[in-house]
Design a protein around this ligand. Structure first.
Ligand SMILES: [Zn+2]
Ligand SMILES: [Zn+2]
Length: 344
């Protein structure tokens, strides 16, 4: 059992790992002659405790795999931070760049429950007459669902100008625009907003898909009837129904709204960045994989040698067996896990 524990620990708590059959062989190569020499390391799936190589699923959604979503959140935090403060290949001269955190808001599709504030920042009552808590589920949902423009809200997910039912829709951002300078070592000004707060905020939302609003709905629907089985709010249900209905319209076929109904029509990537901003998620993942490999077996390559890696893997399934899953739940998180505290 101890070796199985070690293998399960290697996937960092992932509950839906990819199982692979195959092998990986590392040969030493003479750097001068190019001659392939002795075997440095050999990994055969059949000899592993679980009978397969287990690879984390890397899903970023907390509802699918909490452990992999947590890894994604931490990587995103470090990526944003390196772009603001330098590090991980980004020069620390970036701290001298002026930085702002800009929030663009979707246009209004009808009045919604909200938490308006007065000049001094005190929260006032909503138009419905209630004082909503910050985590009230009704926030952002329509005051009057019968007049709310659900078609516009779903289609806004894609910038385009179709005419539907002889009614023109235009797609622009809303009027509300919030631009706040980010405080840093060289540019503190009067800003309250720290680099850390920005990185935490973005990283937190990276692991929440539209399912933050739609609850259990974190994968595509096959039939609209499935909706009845899920405990969605009325608002989310109407959004999904509208996406499904619009998905049947021939002129909108290219939007594949039914395939993306579970995302309320939104089909874009969660995030995008310019090439020169910070490191990449791929580079962070590679560094982690390299580190794990080196921990498992320290480098044995000689000074005049390089390595050649030959590997062949085939998909053998997903997930853990009942016994593996039970064992995995008894494991504490791996020690030395890098990352910022989770409070935010
Ligand atoms: Zn996972
Ligand atoms: Zn309200």
């Amino acid at each position: 059992m101890p070796t199985l524990v070690k293998q399960l620990r290697g996937i960092g708590g992932c509950t839906q790992p990819v199982r692979l059959d195959g092998h990986r062989v590392e040969h030493a190569v003479d750097a001068r002659t190019g001659e392939i020499g002795r075997v440095l390391r050999r990994l055969d799936s059949a000899s592993l405790p679980a009978g397969n190589l287990l690879v984390p699923c890397k899903n970023r959604r907390a509802t699918r795999c909490p452990a992999c979503a947590e890894t994604y959140r931490r990587d995103t935090f470090h990526l944003i931070t390196a772009g603001l403060r330098g590090g991980k290949g980004t020069p620390d001269t970036v701290t001298r760049h002026p930085k702002v955190f800009a929030t663009f808001t979707a246009p209004g599709f009808g009045a919604v429950h909200n938490r308006p504030t007065d000049r001094r920042g005190a929260v006032r009552t909503c138009r419905c007459g209630l004082l909503h808590d910050a985590d009230d589920d009704s926030l952002g949902t329509p005051l009057d669902p019968t007049t709310y423009d659900y078609e516009g809200a779903v289609l806004w997910a894609r910038v385009l100008g179709p005419i539907l039912d002889s009614r023109a829709h235009t797609f622009v951002f809303g009027e509300q625009l919030d631009v706040r300078p980010i405080r840093s070592a060289d540019f503190d000004g009067t800003s309250e907003l720290t680099e850390r707060a920005v990185a935490s905020y973005i990283a937190k939302y990276a692991t929440k898909g539209a399912e933050a609003t739609t609850g259990a709905l974190d994968r595509p629907l096959k039939f609209l009837a499935e909706l009845a089985l899920l405990g969605l709010s009325d608002h989310a249900r109407r959004m999904v129904r509208t996406a499904w209905k619009l998905g049947a319209i021939k002129e909108l076929g290219h939007l594949r709204l039914r395939a993306w109904a579970h995302m309320l029509g939104f089909r874009g990537h969660f995030s995008t960045k310019t090439r020169r901003y910070s490191t990449t998620l791929g580079a962070l993942r590679n560094a982690r994989a390299e580190w794990r490999r080196a921990q498992a077996s320290p480098d044995v390559v000689g000074e005049t040698e390089t390595t050649l890696v030959l590997s062949h893997w085939v998909f053998a399934g997903m997930g853990l067996s009942a016994a593996e899953a039970w064992l995995a739940t008894t494991l504490a998180p791996a020690p030395g896990t890098e990352g910022e505290p989770t409070h935010d």
